[in-house]
Design a protein around this ligand. Structure first.
Ligand SMILES: [Zn+2]
Length: 272
């Protein structure tokens, strides 16, 4: 399983066979059928990913893990959970055009392949009745709509924390944020306003899936606790963006909007 998003496991999670193309990865949480969908891989720099850390310590850690300072891979991972009653999509990958703004000139990325993964997983978009958005960064909402701008999942309600929705869709935020952040909100969130259900607090979204507020990365960033039978999976989304953030919970990225709050979230999630 890739490590960008869905990776804190506890209890008995049975893991299935990895698909040959490695875009999808099937596993079970109790009797829930899950598919982790790889949206592509983006590359970051150490300065972006470990922005508050002592550079010497970062270099040492990177060398230990055989990683380069200027090319740290980040596989983007989305999740589909079939509970038997509901088919739920958690995050929908990147808006590739927006993500290009983060790349040096001439460097390309393959992110934005969520829809391919959905097809490959055999998920019928008409069966999906819920999309849960962990937060509204451009690498988590890009697949909410299709190329024509229509909802990719025509029968799905969209769940997001109220703080997250209100922050990102406000006129003030859209005016203040650079296009790489504001344009995906205009393209992939605002057109779905009539199907949004705003979460006010932690708790059950549907049987077996609970919201866990994990603010700091963004105002309404949330994790999900997925439980079935005796198994559970904590989908941490961007509470930690790299395994080194779990080894060093006091390290954070340049994208934490409230670093102090975000850093309070990581140890809590690790303990769970
Ligand atoms: Zn994020």
């Amino acid at each position: 399983m890739t490590l960008h998003s869905a990776v804190e496991e506890a209890g008995t999670v049975s893991v299935g066979v990895e698909e040959s193309e490695r875009r999808i990865f099937r596993f079970k949480v109790g009797s829930f059928d899950c598919v982790a969908i790889n949206d592509g891989t983006f590359f970051y720099t150490a300065d972006q990913y470990f922005s508050n850390a002592d550079p010497h310590l970062v270099t040492t850690a990177l060398v230990e893990h055989r990683l380069q300072r200027d090319r740290i891979p980040s596989p983007y991972t989305c999740l589909v959970v079939d509970t038997g009653e509901h088919v739920v999509v958690v995050d929908t990958g990147a808006d590739r055009a927006a993500m290009r703004d983060f790349l040096p000139t001439g460097v390309e990325t393959d992110v934005g392949r969520f829809a391919e993964g959905v097809d490959q997983a055999g998920v019928d978009v008409a069966d999906v009745d819920r999309v849960i958005v962990s937060h509204a960064h451009p690498d988590h909402i890009g697949g909410n709509t299709d190329a024509a701008g229509a909802p990719r999942f025509p029968h799905a309600r969209l769940t997001i924390r109220r703080e997250e929705w209100e922050y990102w869709t406000s006129d003030a935020t859209l005016a203040a944020q650079p296009p790489a952040f504001a344009d995906p909100v205009r393209k992939h969130l605002l057109p779905l306003a009539d199907r949004v259900e705003l979460l006010e607090e932690d708790g059950e979204i549907m049987p077996g899936i609970r919201a866990v507020h994990a603010p700091g990365h963004t105002p309404g960033h949330m994790a999900l606790l997925i439980q079935c039978d005796d198994a559970e999976l904590l989908y941490i989304s961007d509470a930690a963006l790299h395994p080194l953030h779990l080894e060093h919970p006091d390290w954070c990225t340049v994208w934490e909007m409230d670093p102090e709050r975000a850093l309070g979230v990581v140890p809590k999630n690790v303990r769970q």
